[in-house]
Design a protein around this ligand. Structure first.
Ligand code: MN
Length: 312
């Protein structure tokens, strides 16, 4: 059933003009605890589970971590997702069950594909133990049916393409933005862009993508709304461009993609379709089967009780 058709609706369609862009919808992030760190979890929220295939976003810091606190995160498993690690300050040493060992620094991208199963750890480095500073974003991308049962993989990109749009410098982490394309692997049609902005900028968008903006420092004005750290500004679909402005330098992540149509079930570090898949993956992690190979790490592996739907 449809609602009443007004004259205004008829005229807009008859004139062939594009509908006005959707209103910006601002959702507050949830405070969550990851290891010893407080993070702002912008995705998933009850109101907004995914943006394209992006299904998880933790913004941590900026923070000076007390010397008593371990910055690293011990070995833990993933299935059905890609982890996208992006730092604004600090550094980590990535270890995974594929044997990868890689330091990540600000401006670089770590992209790990879990497929049927991978395990990894993020350790502090000598430098990060000295500076104690940490500011970064951990994102997950849900894998589609075509690759989610496939092999695990890891990529590090020390250099990423950049493009200027007015007073904004866009660094393309994943996908394409304007004429710049990231070399990073992509299993669905999505994009992720870091924005370093110091004034007005008009960004090119794709009408078939839905988008969201997460500000990592400062404040950015979008359609007259101020977006700050701790917000997810959902921009919807159908926009050709996005006008941003700020009164002081700011940083943000712009996420976009064609809406992810497959069901997504998330529990702990797993992205799946059914509870049974998660139950099986967690049993394999807990029982240390060869599904999740060993991670060489000085940190203790992380174990948690089974999902709440499993009865002993
Ligand atoms: Mn992880």
């Amino acid at each position: 059933m449809s609602g009443p058709l007004t004259t205004a609706d008829v005229e807009a369609v008859a004139a062939g003009s594009a509908p006005s862009p959707p209103e910006v919808e601002i959702t507050d992030s949830r405070e969550a605890q990851v290891g010893a760190l407080r993070v702002r979890r912008a995705l998933p929220r009850r109101e907004r589970r995914t943006v394209g295939a992006w299904c998880f976003l933790d913004h941590m810091g900026p923070v000076e971590v007390p010397p008593s606190v371990e910055i690293g995160i011990g070995p833990h498993p993933h299935i059905g997702l890609q982890t996208v690690t992006w730092l604004l300050d600090g550094e980590f040493l990535h270890h995974d069950s594929l044997g990868s060992e890689q330091v990540i620094r600000p401006g670089q991208l770590n992209l790990m594909t879990a497929g049927r199963g991978v395990a990894h750890a993020e350790e502090s480095t000598e430098r990060s133990r000295e500076t104690r500073r940490l500011h970064g974003v951990q994102l997950w991308v849900a894998q589609p049916a075509s690759t989610r049962d496939g092999a695990a993989a890891f990529e590090h990109h020390a250099e990423l393409p950049r493009a200027e749009f007015g007073a904004a410098t866009a660094t393309v982490l994943v996908g394409a933005f304007g004429s710049a394309s990231s070399p990073a692997r992509r299993d669905t049609d999505h994009a992720g862009v870091d924005l370093d902005i110091h004034g007005p900028a008009t960004l090119p968008l794709r009408r078939d993508y839905e988008y969201a903006l997460v500000v990592t420092s400062g404040a950015i004005s979008v359609d007259g709304r101020s977006v700050e750290p701790g917000h997810l500004a959902y921009l919807g679909r159908g926009r050709d461009e996005l006008q941003l402005s700020c009164s002081a330098p700011a940083r943000a992540l712009l996420l976009g993609g064609t809406p992810f149509e497959e069901p997504v079930l998330m529990w702990w570090n797993y992205v799946a379709r059914t509870r049974d898949e998660i139950t099986a993956a967690h049993r394999d992690w807990t029982e240390r089967t060869d599904r999740f190979a060993t991670v060489r790490s000085s940190l203790q592996r992380i174990d948690v009780p089974p999902p709440p739907w499993v009865t002993p």
